[in-house]
Design a binder for this molecule. Structure first.
Ligand SMILES: [Ca+2]
Ligand SMILES: [Ca+2]
Length: 167
């Protein structure tokens, strides 16, 4: 336990100094990182928040992570912060994105942009893995972040059946 606390304190001290290179970050159980307005340059490394771990993004920036993962039981307080990732957004937690934060994808890291996870980042009742990264209404916001398109794309089977009957 002492090691975990010491590691967390050290990481916090590093984060408070200046934008830093990070060689991959795992926030474990009972650990948390508070970013305030700091930037973490991930340089294509992964960030994972485990069950019981917490990231308080504040107005900070997670810059060019490869894969960003929220395990079941993880906590992300998104505030007005920004996450830029090149690979996979995987939300298996209860996290729902607030209106002030930004999640965007970039090219690079030799990976393609993907969305996985049983979580519901836009809070429209449809899981991220079902909505995926496609942008059905071409408004620039991928479906998993766009709660405006859930009804159109994921009508209950009964409604679909009635539509077929009426067609
Ligand atoms: Ca959703
Ligand atoms: Ca959209």
């Amino acid at each position: 336990m002492r090691t975990i606390i010491a590691s967390a304190v050290f990481l916090l001290l590093v984060l408070y100094t200046c934008p830093v290179f990070a060689g991959g970050i795992i926030i474990g159980p009972n650990s948390s990182i508070t970013m305030n307005d700091q930037t973490i340059k991930m340089n294509c490394h992964d960030m994972t928040i485990k069950n019981g771990g917490q990231l308080n993004l504040g107005s900070g920036l997670i810059d060019r992570a490869r894969h960003f993962t929220l395990d079941s039981g993880a906590t992300l307080l998104d505030g007005t912060g920004e996450i830029i990732l090149c690979g996979t957004w995987k939300n298996n937690s209860d996290f729902q994105k607030g209106p002030g934060s930004t999640i965007t994808f970039a090219e690079g890291c030799n990976v393609s942009n993907r969305v996985l996870g049983s979580g519901d980042t836009d809070g429209d009742g449809v899981s991220d893995i079902m909505e995926t990264i496609k942008d059905s209404n071409n408004d620039g916001l991928p479906d998993f972040l766009d709660n405006a398109i859930a009804d159109a794309n994921w009508a209950p089977p009964t409604s679909v059946y009635l539509m077929l009957l009426l067609d």
